[in-house]
Design a protein around this ligand. Structure first.
Ligand code: GTP
Ligand code: MG
Length: 337
């Protein structure tokens, strides 16, 4: 990793980590390439940045007319309070769960390798939604070459296994290794459960993905201790949820789990003299500010923001606060430019 990087590079790196929109990420990648110190020690990273610029440019361009790359895009634009990817071995029931949780029509098949492309869907929870992206399987034999690209925007992973299948003891370590080879690390650390160590490495492309183990097909293996035994054998400590796409058991636990684990905060906006818009909250994560909310409403509003009036648990009614004021769940804000 490059040592003695410039402040401009550091800034670009931070912006890249924060950026969620693919176009914004592309701009950040170009800025990384522009600001990276050009010497022998950074050659690998320079090459890596160039590859990512090329891939993302192609993804954003979509299918080429008459060109070789005629496939659909593999990057799912983030939507809702957070994006979660469904990762797991073939036939574990990822698509079955996705269809039930989001109402999608993701293909389900009684044989492995049914899913070939990312399929987005929205999981409703109270007055918000989580975006779940169904993905093709990962196995020792095969992983789609673009698989890691599809995880670039995810806030976490649902690691779906078939608890009734003893093969999962080999499948899970294989999946973790394959992803780690591509610099994606599945971790048990979720901000709202046990915060992880801050990522100290200087590699801007390292992905640390909070992961929950979804022990599916519990109808076939009703032993309630099964997941614990499995985690013990695997030497893993992911938080786990037991489910069955056949009986529907355990499915309603997911929304509240994600809400807590990701520390989602809902903020409602209002215009002066009018009641708050309680239909559709804006969502940020814990640590989010009034300015972050303004940015979600509109870039120009964030730019022109002077102060806000707030109603909520942590403020007195109509309190005037600055752009850096932290918001909490259920707050109502009136933005003043
Ligand atoms: N008994 C039982 N069968 C299930 C459950 N979930 C899925 N199945 C069955 O398992 C098979 C595979 O389901 P899929 O949802 O296609 O699995 P997948 O993980 O998406 O498979 P790939 O796309 O190949 O990775 C189908 O025959 C489903 O009906 C479950 O909870 N219990
Ligand atoms: Mg599938």
């Amino acid at each position: 990793m490059p040592t003695n990087v410039t402040p401009a590079y550091k800034k670009a790196e931070e912006a890249y980590r924060k950026a969620r929109d693919p176009r914004e990420r592309l701009a950040c990648l170009k800025e990384l390439l522009r600001t990276i110190p050009k010497h022998k020690g950074t050659e690998h990273l320079q090459a890596d940045i160039k590859t990512r610029i090329k891939q993302l440019t192609e993804e954003l361009a979509g299918p080429k007319k008459g060109g070789r790359r005629s496939g659909p895009s593999h990057v799912v634009r983030p939507d809702g309070a957070a994006q979660l990817g469904l990762v797991g071995p073939p036939n574990a029931g990822k698509s079955s769960l996705h269809a039930l949780l989001t109402g999608s029509r993701s293909d389900v098949g009684p044989y492995p390798y049914t899913t070939h492309l990312p399929v987005p869907g929205m999981l409703p929870y109270e007055d918000i939604h989580f975006q779940l992206v169904d993905l093709p399987p990962v196995s020792g034999d095969f992983m789609e070459p673009w698989f890691i690209n599809a995880l670039q925007h995810t806030d976490g992973v649902l690691l779906v296994i078939d608890v009734s299948d003893p093969d999962c003891l080999e499948q899970v370590p294989t999946i973790l290794e394959r992803l780690a080879d591509k610099k994606a690390f599945l971790t048990p650390a979720w901000p709202g459960l046990q915060p992880g160590e801050p990522n100290e490495t200087e590699d801007p492309f390292r992905l640390d993905l909070p992961t929950v183990l979804i022990a599916n097909k519990c109808d076939l293996d009703p032993d309630p201790e099964e997941v614990e035994i499995l985690e013990e054998l695997l030497g893993l400590r992911f938080p786990a949820l037991t489910m069955s796409a056949k009986t529907g058991e355990g499915l309603d636990e997911l929304g509240s789990f994600l809400f807590r684990a990701l520390e989602i905060i809902r903020v409602y906006t209002k215009t002066p003299g009018k009641p708050p818009d309680t239909d559709k909250p804006f969502t940020v994560r814990r640590g989010g500010t009034v300015l972050d909310v303004a940015g979600l409403v509109h870039k120009d509003i964030a730019r022109g923001l002077k102060f806000a009036r707030m109603w909520g648990a942590e403020v007195f009614d109509g309190q005037q606060v600055g752009p850096d004021h932290l918001v909490s769940d259920g707050d109502i804000v009136e933005l003043h430019l």
